[in-house]
Design a protein around this ligand. Structure first.
Ligand SMILES: Cc1ncc(COP(=O)(O)O)c(C=O)c1O
Length: 410
């Protein structure tokens, strides 16, 4: 048996094992723009699954800005930001993003990234390196997104940083651990909106703790930026936060409807990440046309139109929270467009998703390791482009599906 054959056998076995555990994931191909109605594998489905919360992913003015950006700047940046890839479109976007968060972070500066995954990895590994002789402590919320988890893992493998996990709903263990911590650099890391549950991090309490124990507080507001706060500035606006200890990460491929992400923090932290943030330094800059399109998206988010879209979204969330009643399935009290239905076993979640598909809906299952064992779920998300009738029709369909799934559960 040659080596490559052995690897081939291993991969076949591992994939078969995933299938057996009902954990194999499947790609579905869309051939229409991202919107509430999608052409999926050649069938038109009503989608309640994207993170396009404000319904901007298919906005004609943003699409036009992207085309204009390509005419103006071409299609590629050609190099990393520090070599030659940093265009005026990136610079203008970063200024605009810093302006978005300036009321909540003194002396705010922003740095644009191609993805939130990369922004999180850069922020955590870069900031951890500030610890003298690699000495730092990282406190990470247990249900944080994979990109934060991976950032923490990478940071601790590159330095002698220690890692402590904490429950975001119960902060006493975090406080107890910090009381005993004499390391020179401490970083608390949390999702702003928890991506698979939809609930909010207690950022005010976390900030008070960060201040008391002289820590930085990194808030990944991937699902709050554009959605939370009157102007859509995100969780810092909604919670009335103002602090130079905050390292804020917002993503731009969700509510902003395009692609990319940014870190916003007090100017010196951003300067440090430009100097030492390896994924930032060693990666080709996003096409400037994307930055150009994002400038239009940010204008919309802050405008009356953005406000109307947030109002619509909150109307839909209210309808869901007040009118959705199931006989057994539980509802999470979420005030965000992420409204999961936790069904427990992978089999139940897959059956519910299949029945939804047959009824013309697209709501995929979320299974471990994305969520804890035994908490497989449907992750239902709303967009401002959904109507109130869309949400009511979904509730009725789900109520019928619940009966079938419960009837088949042994
Ligand atoms: C909480 C959170 N942070 C970061 C990311 C990564 O952002 P991006 O998709 O831009 O890489 C995601 C993506 O789903 C997320 O949910």
């Amino acid at each position: 048996m040659n080596k490559s054959f052995h690897a081939f056998q291993l991969v076949k076995d591992q994939i078969a094992d995933l299938d057996l555990q009902l954990l194999k994931r499947k790609l579905r191909i869309t051939s229409s723009p991202c919107d509430t109605k999608s052409l999926v594998d050649q069938r038109q489905l009503q989608a309640f699954c994207s993170n396009d919360y404000l319904g901007l992913a298919n906005h004609p003015q943003i699409a036009e800005a992207l085309a204009l950006g390509a005419q103006k700047y071409g299609v590629g940046s050609g190099a990393s930001h520090l070599i030659s890839g940093h265009s005026i479109a990136h610079e203008l976007l970063e200024k605009r993003l810093a302006n978005f968060e300036a009321k909540y972070i003194p002396d705010a500066r922003a740095l644009f990234f191609s993805t939130g995954y990369l922004a999180n990895i850069t922020a955590i590994t870069g900031l951890t390196r500030l610890g003298p002789n690699g000495q730092a402590s990282i406190y990470s919320a247990k249900l944080n997104h994979a990109s934060l988890i991976d950032g923490v893992r990478l940071a601790s493998s590159q330095t002698s940083a220690t890692v402590t996990l904490f429950e975001h709903t119960q902060l006493s263990s975090l406080i107890d651990a910090l009381k005993k911590d004499h390391r020179p650099l401490k970083i608390i890391v949390t999702d702003g909106v928890f991506s698979m549950d939809g609930d909010l991090a207690p950022v005010k309490d976390l900030l008070a703790i960060a201040e008391k124990f002289d820590a930085l507080l990194l808030v990944d507001d991937a699902h709050g930026f554009g959605v939370l706060g009157k102007k859509g500035h995100g969780i810092l606006e909604q919670e009335g936060i103002y602090s130079d200890r905050i390292i804020y990460v917002g993503t731009l491929g969700k509510a902003a409807g395009v692609s990319g992400a940014f870190i916003c923090a007090q100017d010196s932290f951003i300067e440090w990440l430009i100097q030492k943030g390896r994924p930032y330094i060693y990666s080709t800059a996003t096409p400037p046309a994307i930055a150009h399109a994002l400038l239009r998206s940010l204008e919309i988010i802050e405008s009356g139109q953005g406000k109307q879209r947030r109002t619509q979204l909150h109307k839909l969330i209210d309808i869901w929270q007040t009118e959705m009643h199931f006989s057994q399935w539980g509802k999470i009290a979420s005030c965000t467009p992420i409204q999961p239905l936790i069904l427990g076993s992978n089999a139940n979640a897959l059956l519910a998703a299949k029945l939804l598909d047959e009824a013309g809906y697209w709501i995929p299952t979320i299974r471990p390791p994305t969520v804890p064992q035994g908490s497989a779920r449907l992750r239902i998300t709303f967009s401002a482009n959904h109507s109130e009738d869309d949400v009511r029709a979904l509730i009725q369909t789900l109520q019928a599906i619940e009966k079938i799934v419960i009837g088949k559960t042994v």
